[in-house]
Design a protein around this ligand. Structure first.
Ligand code: 13P
Length: 368
């Protein structure tokens, strides 16, 4: 979704990297404890070097909540992450996204109108009281609010299994019979398989078709109704990539993110969130050749910062054009404005939406 970032003043577009670094350092020092910069693992090095904390989307949401003393949370990540930080932080805190065009195309694959429409259609066929909506963190605040209002929870790639176990199997949980999982079908499917479910228990809900493109029996019987959404970067990794890597490096290790397709996850040695990928690479013996199936900035940083030979699982991978959008110019512009008392690019979720979205996020945090 285009959010129309205003063009930067010329002093930022023409500054050299060294000049920008000096200016960022000076602004950061002036703002001191009032400022907390969060960096998602997919950010560029030129931005990540300034982060006070790095993390996956779960860890960053916890960190944002744990910093009540910071007036400004500058979120070097994407729109849905900054929204979640705004929802979880206090009213006195302002969350800022240095480039408003930093988004997630997968998050945009589910919108509130289509989800409400799907919910109504499902309610005509099955006992809706036994269906629980679960949304991946990569979703807009109004979808999180929908989930909160309907008894469900947010999940991230770190805790999707714990959240789905709570939804379906926990005697003290809601004991749902079915879940509507959006927007990433792959995370839902991969987690369902980890829990012992099979393809027969899952159906893909296509929001562009009547009744999701399913027949009534499927809607009634499927334990998992998986929204037809995907991450364009992770969906590019294929079983053929893994075969080619293994042919060249029989002792190599393959680690992928659970947004990859199930066929890829089955063949990989390890599957997990960005934090998990980092920890797993760290624990491998020095010199191990590792193929990683996730966004390229994290892969390159792992290669540069570890003693392993880390490369992308797909040698032709193209970077996610929105996840790494924030650069040193936007960061310098944001921080210098904060020094002047101008809060640019504030991400503020309206109070009603924030209330129910907070319910869904807090539910996730209490489960995990
Ligand atoms: P993580 O929660 O693993 O950091 O993933 C976030 C994301 O957007 C993956 O594409």
């Amino acid at each position: 979704m285009l959010r129309l970032q205003a063009p930067l003043p010329e002093q930022y577009t023409t500054a050299s990297p060294d000049e920008l670094a000096e200016r960022i350092a000076a602004a950061k020092q002036t703002l001191g404890e009032r400022l907390f910069i969060l960096g998602h693992h997919y950010q560029r090095d030129e931005v990540m070097r300034w982060a006070d904390a790095r993390g996956d989307s779960f860890r960053l949401s916890v960190l944002a909540k744990e910093r009540p003393e910071a007036d400004y949370i500058v979120f070097c990540g994407v729109h849905f992450m900054a929204e979640s930080a705004d929802i979880l932080t206090g009213d006195h805190q302002k969350v800022v996204l240095p480039d408003l065009n930093a988004g997630c195309s997968m998050a945009d694959m589910a919108d509130i109108d289509s989800v409400e429409e799907a919910w109504e259609s499902i309610a005509e066929i099955t006992d809706i009281e036994r269906v629980l909506p679960i949304t991946y963190m990569n979703s807009a605040a109004d979808l999180k609010a929908f989930v909160g209002e309907h008894g469900g929870s947010v999940c991230t790639s770190t805790n999707a299994r714990a959240v789905l176990e709570w939804a379906l199997n926990d005697p003290d949980g809601p004991q749902a019979r079915q879940v509507l999982f959006f927007p990433d079908q792959h995370l839902g499917r991969n987690t369902g398989h980890q829990m012992g479910f099979t393809e027969a228990d899952m159906r893909v809900w296509n929001p562009r078709r009547d009744l999701g493109g399913l027949d009534e029996a499927d809607v009634k019987d499927a334990t998992f109704l998986l929204w037809k959404g995907h991450c364009s970067v992770h969906q590019r990794f294929t079983p053929a990539n893994i075969e080619a890597f293994r042919a060249e490096h029989p002792d190599g290790v393959v680690i992928v993110h659970p947004e990859c397709s199930h066929e890829v996850c089955v063949l990989a040695d390890e599957v997990g969130s960005t934090d998990f990928i980092i920890r797993t690479v760290d624990a491998l013996p020095a010199g191990t050749v590792v193929a990683v199936g996730t966004e390229i900035h994290l892969v390159q940083r792992l290669d540069a910062e570890s003693d392993k030979d880390v490369r992308s699982l797909d040698p032709l991978i193209c970077p996610c054009s929105t996840m790494f959008r924030i650069d040193d110019r936007h960061l310098a512009w944001t921080l210098e404005n904060l020094v002047e008392g101008n809060v640019v690019n504030q991400i503020a979720v309206d109070p009603d939406t924030a209330h129910w979205a907070r319910v869904a996020l807090e539910r996730m945090l209490s489960i995990t």
